[in-house]
Ligand binder design. Structure first.
Ligand code: TRP
Length: 383
């Protein structure tokens, strides 16, 4: 706080989590408290497991850790009213594997709950917030990124990708109704807009809110909506939930994920620092090199590490296993024990992880090629 109030210079450690900036050391319990969300309880986990038949890795390991109205969504589901899913992507560059974490979870929800999905590509948002972007830049990334979305494996029969600029006609009537119920003072307080914010971005929250009511608007009956997304998107949902009852819609429920730490020191990751993240289009060799150069929780020398062990809890290599690449809990535990005891050295672990990452990339890139043939089926038809 002090940094923002001007008493202290901004330092790397200060936590900033907004839809456009995530930096510093992230304290997730503080986010739950500050954003006013609920932690996911054991009881809720059990209820999901009961319906899904299995508990997804990202639930077991607390990667999805917070929610709003998840209990209500399950009540509705149990009483026979199915929900639809809504998630999205801001196309500001190529997709990296951290972006895919919530998508992989969304696919699990789609499969297990037989849910329809709206996936929003906000080429408008990224054009508005990036001073250097032409519209064709973010729209180009939207189509490119959509291939990664399709490659994630969503059911083409139950998934629609919304391209904001192309599909403006689909969203605009809803966005107008939403915008009329949201004051400048609300978005100013929620997003930190000020006198120099462009008026496009001030209106934009209505566009991101619209898909949360879209299924109800299109079908004429109220359908519950569940939004899986990283927690930085929460400000949008606060505004969306405020207007819902004013328009006669259900408030959308959310389930929030943590961020995959980057490969830099302190888990730093940024698309502007390409060496700190693995893009889905990286060649296996490039990915291996990035992993090889990654920061770890290891000691400066081999003998020191053999003596006192490494620290997996500050190590991006371990986090990659934890979030994505080691699905077996027992094996994961073994990795952490071997790291702590000094038996597993960083170089060896990096090479082992690189094998898994390379395999993933090869498979994903094949699916991404195939996605080109079916992308059209997932887009809305425009006259
Ligand atoms: N604003 C999001 C981003 O920059 C994109 C987005 C739109 C989104 N709708 C969403 C993300 C719904 C999650 C859920 O990435």
């Amino acid at each position: 706080m002090a940094g923002r109030m001007g008493f202290m210079p901004n330092n790397e450690e200060e936590m900033v989590v907004t839809p456009w900036t995530v930096s510093g050391k992230i304290d997730y319990s503080r986010l739950v408290a500050e954003f006013g969300t609920q932690p996911i309880t054991e009881e809720l986990l059990k209820r999901i497991e009961k319906h899904a038949g299995e508990m997804h890795l990202q639930l077991r390991r607390g990667i999805f850790f917070s929610h709003r109205d998840l209990d209500w969504i399950l009540d509705m589901y149990e009483s026979g009213l199915k929900f639809y899913l809504y998630t999205g992507r801001g196309p500001s560059g190529p997709v990296h594997i951290g972006h895919m974490v919530p998508w992989i979870f969304t696919k699990y929800l789609q499969d297990k709950f037989d849910a329809k999905l709206y996936f929003q590509m906000t080429d408008d948002e990224k054009f508005l917030v990036n001073p250097d972007f032409e519209l064709k830049d973010s729209t180009g990334f939207a189509y490119d990124n959509a291939l990664d979305v399709v490659a994630t494996g969503f059911d083409p029969k139950k998934t629609k990708i919304i391209m904001d600029v192309k599909d403006s006609g689909l969203l605009y009537k809803l966005a107008l109704q939403i915008a009329k119920k949201v004051t400048f003072s609300t978005v100013k307080a929620t997003f930190g807009f000020n006198e120099s914010s462009n008026i496009g971005i001030i209106f934009f929250p209505a566009i991101q809110a619209a898909p949360a009511f879209l299924e109800s608007a299109l079908t004429g009956v109220n359908v519950p909506c569940l939004i899986p997304a990283a927690i930085d998107q929460d400000p949008y949902w606060r505004v969306t939930r405020d207007v819902a009852p004013k328009l006669g819609y259900f408030k959308p429920a959310q389930i929030h994920s943590k961020f995959l730490p980057g490969l830099g020191k302190g888990g730093k990751m940024s698309a502007s620092l390409p060496e700190t993240c693995i893009f889905t289009v990286d060649t296996p060799e490039v990915a291996e090199q990035k992993l090889w150069n990654a920061f770890t929780g290891g000691k400066p020398t081999v003998s020191e590490q053999r003596r006192s062990g490494g620290d997996p809890f500050i190590c991006p290599i371990y986090y990659y296993e934890y979030y994505l690449f080691e699905e077996d809990d027992e094996k994961l535990k073994e990795i952490s024990i071997r790291c702590r005891s000094g038996e597993l050295l960083c170089g060896e672990h990096k090479l082992a992880l690189a094998e898994k990452v390379k395999k993933f990339l090869k498979e994903h890139q094949k699916k991404r090629e195939k996605a080109k043939d079916i992308l059209n089926d997932l887009l809305f038809d425009n006259p």
